[in-house]
Design a protein around this ligand. Structure first.
Ligand code: GLY
Length: 367
């Protein structure tokens, strides 16, 4: 097992991310170390069913018997579910020395983290991410949230967990499409800070890595996330580089929510990286050879969705203009200037976005 320590507070607050195969059973050890007044668990219903035996070995009997099970779909990131969790915590008579364990993908860690960080002004919580996307991204760095008014993650906090437990064994039961979606965030990590990782990822389809190579790739990706959030925990500047692909990506993800071809988050980010790479190129910031490397990495690693939904340019423009990262009514892009180097708060002429929207079939073509 590998431990990565995240230090987000200059006064010394820190937490460990434990990574390995079978780390879920470490929870029992962690709990006996913390000795909380009460332990409750918020668990993705699918995980509770598929991993019942492992969970039995990892959590106290009473915690498992009384766990709050939720549906891991995006619609669970709602005010209704947030209130349901607060009510559950009240029924369980939690106090500020209790511990909440969130076990699931990004939906569960975002929602459970928000409920924990707001109940009694904050009850300690442990994140146990069960999808690749949550393991390399959502569970690390303390972002919590729910969707509101049709906008993703509009309500949320930045509250660091007490610990993160990453069990790589859980990836074996992950549906393939979800695996590819999570891998898109790994590709993004390479694109923004680690050229050699990006070049490596361009060498094959993400399903073709053997276990030890995949473990090393996941570990490197978690290290990158840690390095970025540690420098700038509250996203005052540097952390914004993690938003590469996300302005366009969130717009297309929100737009697709209404269509039959709903996109997984990482799939939308893969399209978003293609769009924003093209945008950076049109703006004269990204040389053609670098754009080619970005494009071939996205296609060869196999992170594009099986079907790219058709989108309405006017609607995407409207969503981009409403992006919550914007300030002073200006779109603030996070773009790459080369593979492995990123810039944030980039303002561009709006005609460039129009051009990208008008030429989508060209830059969406497989390379
Ligand atoms: N998912 C981007 C961040 O944590 O900042």
């Amino acid at each position: 097992m590998t431990r990565i320590t995240v230090e987000t507070d200059p006064r010394g607050a820190r937490y460990d991310v434990s990574i390995g195969h079978g780390t879920l059973t470490e929870l029992i050890t962690e709990l006996s170390r913390i000795r909380p007044t009460k332990t409750v668990a918020v668990i993705d219903r699918r995980i509770a069913e598929v991993h019942a035996v492992t969970l039995n070995r990892s959590l106290p009997r009473e915690t498992l018997d009384e766990a709050f099970l939720i549906d891991g779909s995006e619609s669970s990131k709602s005010t209704e579910m947030l209130i349901a969790l607060w009510e559950y915590f009240a029924r369980q008579r939690l106090d500020r020395r209790s511990v909440i364990i969130n076990i699931g993908g990004g939906v569960v860690t975002d929602l459970g983290g928000l409920a924990a960080s707001t109940y009694m002004r904050g009850v300690p919580f442990i994140q146990v991410p069960t999808t690749l996307l949550a393991q390399v991204d959502a569970s690390i760095g303390g972002k919590t949230g729910i969707n509101f008014g049709g906008v993703k993650n509009l309500i949320g906090t930045v509250t660091q967990p007490s610990a993160v437990v990453v069990d790589l064994m859980l990836l074996n039961s992950l549906p393939e499409r979800e695996f590819r979606s999570g891998f898109a965030e790994i590709v993004k990590h390479g694109m923004i800070v680690d050229r050699s990782l990006a070049e490596r990822l361009a060498s094959r389809d993400c399903r073709d890595w053997n276990t030890s190579d995949l473990d090393a790739i996941v570990l490197r990706s978690i290290e990158i996330k840690k390095e970025v959030v540690q420098k700038d925990p509250f996203e005052g500047g540097h952390r914004k580089i993690l938003n590469f692909g996300h302005t366009f990506g969130h717009a297309i993800e929100s737009d697709a929510l209404k269509s039959e071809d709903a996109l997984l988050h990482g799939e939308a980010i893969a399209i978003g990286m293609l769009a924003e790479g093209q945008l950076a190129h049109e703006a004269g910031m990204l040389p053609a050879a670098e754009l080619d490397l970005l494009r071939s990495t996205i296609w060869k690693s196999g992170v594009m969705p099986p079907v790219v939904p058709t989108f309405n340019p006017a609607r995407i423009r409207e969503l981009v203009l409403k992006d919550k990262k914007n300030t002073h009514a200006r779109v603030k892009w996070s773009l790459i200037t080369a593979v492995g180097t990123a810039r944030y708060d980039v303002e561009l002429d709006s005609a460039l976005l129009d051009k990208i929207l008008d030429t989508a079939p060209v830059w969406l073509a497989r390379s």
